[in-house]
Design a protein around this ligand. Structure first.
Ligand code: ADP
Ligand code: MG
Ligand code: MG
Ligand code: MG
Length: 401
């Protein structure tokens, strides 16, 4: 941390120009801190004269949303660049291009995705992205299967596990996703109107706790593939033609289900949000239909693409055994349903919420949406053995929402 200092809207311009030959001599600068996340600083520097721009993301040694008394491993910034470069190669550009990583400043400079929108905000505006399911299923299959023991030389894969060790960020997930929401107190954020529901239906449900405990230890012990680790709709940029995944600072070797489930849960919570927030009945119908189709496609495309890619890339001799790939992918999908449920619970009663639910203005509708979400989440967790196809998701969503 010797040469580290926190950047601001003024110092970041000089900083970038010292490091990179990106802007022209006659540049006219405009700079704004645009970070909306919980953890880091994000600056956009624009040269308005030549219409060029760049993004600088700097890790802070503490949790931004909580302040300096919640310290956090700054090395996550280094992990984030390494995985972005790797994911760029594995997926053929489904993440932004990184121009520079500075290990002294724990900061990176990357492509400005100015003509994209953060998916959560786009979905909250009831926009649809027709190519998303195809592109994100590609991202999932390629980043997950290609970093697993199915494909990688086993000693190389273990080197990967070692080099992507991320204990503090993992601990956040272990606590905030898999532990605290199933108890009273801690850092939970439960609104008054659902406190009783949370206690009676989630905290007091011992069968549920047992299933969540199993999923928690799968998260901690199953070093299956290199995960993004925070794949909610706020970590995805979209437009009508393209998808770019950002913000993989939680990356580590964990269960594939964790990425897929986080994504599905956030789409389901947007579905619930749409039901409560959309006042135009025709648009509501269209958007809900789009979400259902997208959820179904992601699950089914993940399955079919993983099974197909398997044949092309598998190297492990035993993994070629007839029947094994179906067993393996099915196991991923079972746990995916479990993760989906855990993510839905934690975004409702845990520390970090989603705007999709909190943004429902009507108090009664919001409370109902949150209780519906918790109820469906329990079904995903408890019945995950029977939830392995896109159609299985749709049946449950249509039955319980
Ligand atoms: P955090 O880790 O703090 O959540 P993110 O990487 O999610 O930070 O970035 C926070 C916000 O900064 C994003 O929601 C987005 O609005 C903006 N942002 C991040 N990366 C880019 C980029 N490459 N291009 C344009 N905007 C970006
Ligand atoms: Mg983020
Ligand atoms: Mg540009
Ligand atoms: Mg982040």
């Amino acid at each position: 941390m010797k040469n580290y200092y926190e950047l601001n809207e003024k110092t970041v311009i000089e900083y970038v120009n010292n490091k990179l030959d990106f802007f022209a001599e006659d540049a006219i600068y405009e700079c704004k801190e645009i970070g909306d996340g919980n953890l880091n600083l994000v600056f956009r520097i624009r040269d308005t004269k030549n219409d060029k721009s760049i993004i600088v993301k700097q890790a802070l040694p503490y949790v931004r949303a909580a302040g300096e008394d919640w310290p956090l491993d700054i090395n996550r910034g280094e992990i984030e660049t390494r995985i972005l470069k790797l994911e760029h190669d594995l997926t053929g550009g489904l993440v932004p291009e990184v121009y520079l990583f500075d290990g002294d400043m724990f900061c990176m400079v990357m492509e400005d995705l100015y003509d994209y929108k953060i998916m959560r905000y786009g979905l909250m505006d009831f926009e649809q992205y027709p190519k998303f399911a195809e592109q994100i299923s590609d991202f999932l299959v390629k980043t997950l299967l290609l970093t697993s023991d199915v494909v990688m030389e086993h000693k190389k894969k273990k080197d990967g596990v070692k080099s992507f060790i991320n204990p503090e960020l993992c601990e956040i997930t272990e606590d905030l996703v898999y532990t605290e929401p199933f108890h009273i107190g801690a850092r939970n954020n439960v609104e008054e109107s659902i406190k009783e529901y949370h206690e009676t239906q989630i905290v007091n449900d011992k069968e549920l706790a047992l299933e969540v405990a199993k999923l928690k230890f799968d998260f901690m012990n199953n070093a299956q593939a290199l995960l993004h680790g925070d794949l909610h709709t706020g970590s995805i940029f979209v437009n009508q033609n393209h998808t770019k995944v950002i913000d993989p600072e939680f990356a580590f070797y964990g269960p594939m289900a964790y990425d897929i489930g986080a994504l599905l849960a956030n789409l389901i919570m947007n579905y619930i949000s749409t039901e409560a927030r959309c006042e135009d009945e025709e648009l509501k119908r269209k958007h809900k239909e789009y979400l259902l189709q997208t959820i179904k496609d992601i699950v089914n495309l993940f399955k079919s693409k993983a099974l197909k890619l398997w044949n092309e890339v598998v190297t492990d001799k035993m993994a070629k055994t007839p029947g094994f790939k179906e067993f393996y992918v099915n196991d991923v999908l079972v746990n995916t349903a479990g993760v989906t449920g855990c993510e839905m619970v934690r975004r409702t009663v845990g520390f970090a919420h989603v705007k999709d639910l909190d943004g429902i203005e009507d108090d009664i509708k919001r409370a109902k949406a949150k209780m519906d979400n918790l109820n469906l989440a329990k079904i995903f967790i408890k019945n995950r053995n029977e939830i392995t196809t896109g159609e299985d998701y749709l049946k449950l969503i249509e039955k319980y929402l």
